[in-house]
Design a protein around this ligand. Structure first.
Ligand code: S3P
Length: 429
């Protein structure tokens, strides 16, 4: 378990690009593998989570080539995947295991999915239960609610599902199963979660209708391989946005970032806090909105965060907590219970760590209150094995007294292997 110490910075400056979007990268391999023809992907994120998805499809007989620039996936068609000879290990990746569960439920073979110590604690009932209603046969630990999951794939029937949670992983698992079901499968969620699956299904020629907070997929339609260009991940850009906002004298341009409206909650929240953030050169690439993001240091003020913006910023709360810790006043977060079942319990993890840095935090079941501090104390904090907790605390280090040591930072490789060198670069070191 490696640790790292990050020193305070006098400013954050320059022009950067961040690695490709994790959600879009996962989906490009999944749909590419079950399409007809070759799919090429530029800007693919080579983090551990996405490599787990790639390895899973290789284990099911899909040829995937990577020359370092472009990933080529030789699609096998809807019914061309082969039974894997061994258990598939999804590592730390919730997106891999949940979306694969949906996809594998409709195959004519047996498969087993597992993951690391963190993933094996995360709730799987949210996908197992609706898939079982479609006729899927899935078994797992703790009455089928925890990985490893054993899937006896077979025929599926269409359902109309009202999801109790706003979760793109649940929605996408059901959509993937829906490709194999007899009839029209629909999913509706309380608030709209990220819609990358809807966009990419359409790009590949799937038969689907999108309606308010929901989607309907018609089973049996063959998909066609595509050329995909993956934009930078706004969830990775978020750490640098917060770094530039809270560090005095900063100006940072982050080029080629995905700004899909179901993901831009972070921009809305930081702007409401007084953050100076400009979108430039807005365009559309591979069915996804993209822009360059200019961020300047700003005096932040506390706000109340709740409601439909929460799923639009769900992965950014660790970074938002750091912004709140540097803002004037008490920031409140509510309706964010989902944070408790991410890679770790992110409410508890950020509360524990911010308190070590001298920031008063109160937790509640679905959120927290954070009282902004003049300056953060230095000290030693803990990632709890969660990449986004590690990266948020690294950003906090830039405005700390004397630097912060973050313990257990290997997890950063799941989504952003080049994070630390890039942070040091913009800090002028
Ligand atoms: C993701 C969906 C979100 C998000 C995760 C990626 C996806 O999870 O937190 O990092 O790619 O579909 P939930 O569906 O659990 O909200």
């Amino acid at each position: 378990m490696n640790s790292i110490t990050i020193q305070p910075a006098s400013s954050v400056k320059g022009e950067i690009v961040v690695p490709g979007d994790k959600s879009i990268s996962h989906r490009s391999v999944m749909l590419g593998a079950i399409a007809n023809g070759v799919t090429t992907v530029r800007g693919f994120l080579r983090g551990e989570d996405n490599m787990a998805t790639m390895d899973a499809f290789r284990a099911m007989g899909v040829r995937i080539e990577d020359d370092g620039e472009t990933v080529a996936i030789y699609g096998q068609g809807l019914h061309g995947l082969k039974e894997p000879a061994d258990i598939i290990d999804c590592g730390n990746s919730g997106t891999s295991i949940r979306l694969l569960t949906g996809l594998l439920a409709g195959q004519s073979f047996f498969s087993v999915l597992t993951g690391d110590q963190y993933l094996r604690k995360r709730p799987m009932k949210r996908v197992v239960e609706p898939l079982a209603r479609m006729g899927a046969r899935i078994m797992g630990r703790d009455k089928g609610t925890l990985a490893p999951l054993a899937i006896s794939g077979g025929a599926l029937n269409a359902i109309g599902y009202e999801s109790p949670v706003s979760s793109a992983q649940v929605k996408s698992a059901i959509m993937l199963a829906g490709l194999y079901a007899d009839g029209e499968t629909s999913v509706r969620e309380p608030d709209l979660s990220r819609d990358h699956s809807e966009r990419m299904f359409r790009l590949f020629g799937a038969s689907l209708d999108v309606f308010k907070n929901g989607v309907k997929v018609r089973g049996g339609t063959e998909l066609t391989g595509q050329e995909i260009s993956v934009p930078g991940d706004i969830s990775s850009a978020a750490f640098f946005m917060v770094a530039a906002l809270i560090t005095a004298g900063s100006e940072l341009l982050i080029r080629n970032v995905g700004v899909n409206p179901t993901r831009t909650g972070i921009i809305d929240i930081l702007r409401s806090m007084g953050g100076r953030i400009e979108l430039q050169n807005e365009r559309e690439v591979s069915g996804e909105p993209v822009a360059d993001i200019l961020v300047r240091s700003s005096q932040l003020k506390a706000i109340d965060i709740s409601g439909s913006v929460v799923p639009r910023a769900i992965d950014e709360f660790p970074a938002i907590c750091v912004a709140a810790a540097c803002a004037q006043g008490r920031t409140t977060v509510r309706d964010a219970r989902e944070l408790r079942v991410k890679e770790t319990d992110r409410i508890a993890a950020m509360a524990t760590n911010l308190r070590i840095l001298g920031v008063p935090v109160e937790e509640c079941a679905d959120g927290m209150d954070i009282l902004g501090a003049e300056r953060l104390d230095g000290g030693a904090v803990e990632s709890f094995g969660d990449h986004r907790i590690a990266m948020s605390l690294s950003v906090a280090s830039l405005v700390s007294r004397g630097g912060i040591t973050i313990c257990d930072v290997d997890c950063v490789a799941t989504s952003f292997p080049s994070f630390f060198p890039l942070l040091e670069q913009v800090a002028g070191r």
